[in-house]
Ligand binder design. Structure first.
Ligand code: ADP
Length: 449
């Protein structure tokens, strides 16, 4: 096992990894930009190294600075968290070239899954059901129009390098195709340096269901059920739950096995998420994330496992500490993402936290790097806290969420907390009758100025 690991990230996810490391008796090294000198992850780690100025490009994304920090501190492995360098195959290659361990899959697996066309093709070959669409890239507008006619509108044009909801455009009719095609291409080029696009049938009422998988890198893999992340704004998740309210035990076992078998066959190592759209009882693969997800705590809650601990174990060459049969679901968990943003436009609101009080009690977990007097820097993501609740069933989890939100105090900046108070008043949230468009529609009618 490692003696010391470095966390190439900040905020709540850096704390999450430091906590797992400490419980395993492993020393942790935080890295930080000059804007984060007073950040909680720096205070909580055993050691810290300043790796550059505020901009993410010059600090948390600076590969030479991170490798140098490992060498200076003697850290043997790097946990990337999510975002930043977590899905950067080039970084993983460099880490390995320096005889350090990357706590995650191989560079090759990240490369394959990071390109959505290659990912889809790979999954199709592994027997995973996919959204109907183009066979690979669509190079010209003429071809895009032809495909649109053949498949029938609406369709969605997606950048193969896209992520975070960027590089996707829906064409409702043939008249929209030129705009959708050009926009997806230019967004792909501008944000990811790659203008290749592909086309999929646009599903109109799906849920977003994702399967958590975990592999040992040696041909063994398990699944940890699904998460329903259908409540989204601009293709970004806002509220996640496990198990999915619409998924039966038989469906879970079937799609879970398909996913576990697929990653076992490619000798996948560590945590991964296979994302699907789910409509009329069918699953359609959309992408795989080769890292820990923001919403992993809901899975941890219902299975009673520590996914970060497992990631570290597998990276150190140890076997997984559970088998498929040992993974049993207990109750229901919900996570809400709390952002420093002003409603209704969700505009980022960095600033100073004048008062912070985290909720507690049975079944409540608060993953946050906030503290009284903390100054949220304007340079990074606006996620400031994740509130996760666990109850014996879905109604108790919802009641607990309501209770915990009532205890939470975040003063000094605007946050998305009022959104969750309002959502809890909605009958559809209580019955679980929502799909990926529900929240956008609700916001249009309920959150006006
Ligand atoms: P990203 O990598 O940017 O997160 P994804 O491919 O995972 O992109 O898609 C994100 C979200 O976009 C999905 O959860 C869903 O809401 C929507 N979406 C993607 N593909 C389709 C599709 N074929 N039909 C309908 N909605 C889609």
């Amino acid at each position: 096992m490692f003696d010391k690991i470095l966390i190439a990230n900040r905020g709540e996810i850096a704390l999450r990894v430091i906590r797992a490391a400490r419980e395993m008796g492993i020393q942790s090294v935080a890295v930080h930009s000059t804007a984060d000198s007073d950040a909680m992850h720096v205070r909580m780690a055993d050691e810290s190294v300043c790796i550059g100025p505020p901009s993410g490009t010059d600090s948390y994304l600076s590969i030479p600075a991170i490798i140098a920090a490992c060498e200076v501190t003697g850290a043997q492995a790097i946990h990337p968290g999510y975002g930043f360098l977590s899905e950067n195959a080039n970084f993983v290659q460099i880490v390995e070239d320096h005889d350090l361990s990357f706590i995650g899959p191989t560079a090759e697996h990240i490369r394959v899954m990071g390109d959505k066309i290659t990912a889809k093709d790979t999954m199709k070959k592994l027997g995973v059901p996919c959204v109907p669409g183009s066979d690979g890239g669509v190079p010209t507008l003429a071809e895009a129009k032809k495909l649109g006619e053949e498949m029938g509108y609406p369709v969605i044009v997606k950048a193969t390098a896209g992520g975070g909801g960027r590089g996707m455009k829906v064409a409702d009719t043939a008249a929209d195709m030129e705009h959708a095609f050009m926009t997806a291409r230019s967004e792909g080029k501008a944000a990811f340096g790659n203008d290749e696009v592909y086309i999929e049938k646009y599903l109109t009422t799906p849920r977003h269901i994702e399967i958590q998988v975990f592999g040992d890198g040696k041909g063994q893999a398990v699944h940890l059920g699904e998460r329903d992340c259908s409540l989204q704004r601009r293709h970004q998740k806002v509220f996640e739950e496990a198990p999915g309210p619409s998924i039966t035990a038989e469906e879970r076992a079937r799609i879970g096995k398909t996913c576990a078998d697929a990653v076992a066959r490619i000798n996948y190592a560590g945590a991964g998420t296979i994302e699907f759209l789910y409509e009329n009882g069918e699953f359609y693969f959309i992408e795989m994330n080769t890292r820990l997800q923001v919403e992993h705590p809901v899975t941890e809650a219902i299975f009673g496992v520590d996914l970060v601990r497992e990631q570290i174990r597998v990276a150190a060459g140890l076997p997984m500490s559970f088998t498929q049969d040992e993974l049993q679901i207990n109750g229901h968990a919900i996570e809400v993402r709390i952002n420093a943003e002003k409603l209704p436009e969700f505009s980022p609101r960095p600033g100073t936290i004048s008062q912070f009080h985290a909720p507690g009690g049975l079944g409540v977990r608060m993953d946050s790097a906030l503290y009284d007097g903390y100054k949220i820097p304007p340079y990074y993501d606006s996620l400031i806290a994740k509130l996760i609740v666990h109850g014996r069933d879905r109604p108790s989890a919802l009641a607990r969420l309501n209770r915990a939100l009532g205890e939470l105090i975040v003063d000094g900046v605007d946050t998305t907390v009022p959104l969750f108070h309002e959502l809890l008043q909605e009958p559809d949230i209580h019955t679980g009758a929502y799909n990926i468009h529900w929240l956008e529609h609700w916001l249009e009618t309920n959150l006006q100025d």
